[in-house]
Design a protein around this ligand. Structure first.
Ligand code: F7E
Length: 346
């Protein structure tokens, strides 16, 4: 029989990728969509006829219960979140409400449905929960979050573990390291870079402004990570898993890789706020630092160890860093004569 899945946060990068993945697997896919006067449906354009959207909100527990009762899903993927770490310093209370209490509301709905309902839930936990912890980070690494986003995600993580233990619910945490794709929001550093690099290539822009160039992240492809999220829910016994590539690169290295795709080599000169990225051939300054883009506290390095997922789920990333960057550049490349490119179909 066709399985039924409910995805919260279906309009985001991960939601859109997971929805496609589950449709290909033959699932009936439902999504929770928060009310907005200007709905953000761009990523779902190509599959809008194949999915069913329900109005509901992570800040409204009754709406969550109502949707779950109505569609009786086999699997719930909780991807809804205010996911921008920098923004979480500006509105921490809102982030806690959606990311922490929102997950609790969903768990309460599952508790009311009862463990016998057989519903399985995936919680989008985050490597941001590791914060200042040493690397490499795995399921046994003690958490040291250093942002309101990380703290809120940690509350959700522990709530999942508690509800699993207390009420026998089939709920699992996926502790995902940074994962990107051509569908990534432009407020995140990778997409911001690929977009700007393509604008520079087309002569529509001169300089890319960035914050902390030294930050190191373990960047993988969202498509690999959503496959891993699904694999977690296919286990008979719920558990928590890290998904990561095991390789960390700096923001500076991502910039170099992105320009490289457009045939430019970057040389770095100066230091601190005066550091600049320069085109080695033309001498043109292409990258500058803007102090406004620094965060009050920052994770220096995230680097994951996904051995457990590899051994127990048989999961491993298939898309290389180089192919990730190439895909993102291919999507952002500006076509001549104002042609409009279709949003990338993952
Ligand atoms: O920043 C640095 C920035 O915003 C990456 C989310 O999906 O992954 C993501 O969180 C790094 C940081 O992602 C700019 O300071 C420099 O060190 O792309 P990001 P993030 O904060 O790591 C985790 C796992 C999540 O769970 C989150 O939801 O890049 N950086 N200059 C910059 N970052 C941004 N956004 N913009 C800059 O101009």
């Amino acid at each position: 029989m066709e399985k039924i899945a409910l995805i919260t946060g279906i309009t985001g990068q991960d939601g859109a990728i997971l929805a496609r993945f589950l449709l290909e697997k033959g699932y009936e896919v439902h999504g929770l969509k928060t009310y907005s006067a200007v709905p953000d449906m761009e990523r779902l354009e190509e599959i809008s006829k194949d999915i069913t959207l329900h109005c509901g909100d992570m800040c409204d527990g009754a709406s969550l219960l109502r949707v779950i009762e109505k569609i009786q899903p086999d699997e719930i993927y909780n991807l809804a979140s205010i996911s921008h770490v920098h923004v979480s310093f500006e509105m921490p209370e809102m982030v806690a409400n959606v990311n922490a209490l929102g997950t609790l509301r969903l768990l309460e709905a599952l508790r009311i449905m009862g463990a016998q309902s057989g519903i399985r839930m995936y919680q989008a936990s985050s490597s941001e929960m590791f914060g200042h912890a040493g690397v490499p980070q795995n399921e046994d690494t003690p958490f040291e979050p250093c942002s309101p986003y990380g703290s809120a995600k940690l509350f959700a993580y522990w709530s999942v573990r508690n509800y699993r233990e207390a009420y026998g619910l089939h709920v699992s945490n996926g502790i995902l390291f940074n994962h990107e794709s051509p569908l990534r929001g432009e407020e995140f550093v990778t997409r911001k870079i690929t977009k700007a690099v393509c604008q520079i290539e087309a002569g529509q822009r001169e300089i890319l402004y960035l914050g902390n160039l030294n930050a190191r992240r373990d960047w993988g492809h969202a498509r690999d990570y959503m496959r891993g999220a699904w694999m977690m829910l296919q286990q008979d016994i719920p558990d928590d898993y890290v998904l990561a590539t095991g390789k960390a690169r700096s923001v500076r290295e991502f910039v170099e890789a992105a320009f490289d795709e457009t045939g430019r080599k970057i040389r770095w000169q100066g230091s601190g706020l005066e550091e600049q990225g320069v085109d080695t051939q033309s001498g043109q300054i292409l990258v500058k630092v803007d102090p406004a883009l620094f965060r009050p506290t920052e994770i220096r390095q995230l680097l994951g160890d996904a051995s457990k997922a590899r051994q127990e789920l048989g999961w491993q990333p298939e898309i290389s860093f180089e192919n990730l960057v190439a895909e993102m550049i291919a999507q952002d490349r500006i076509l001549p004569f104002g042609e409009k490119k279709k949003i990338y179909a993952v």
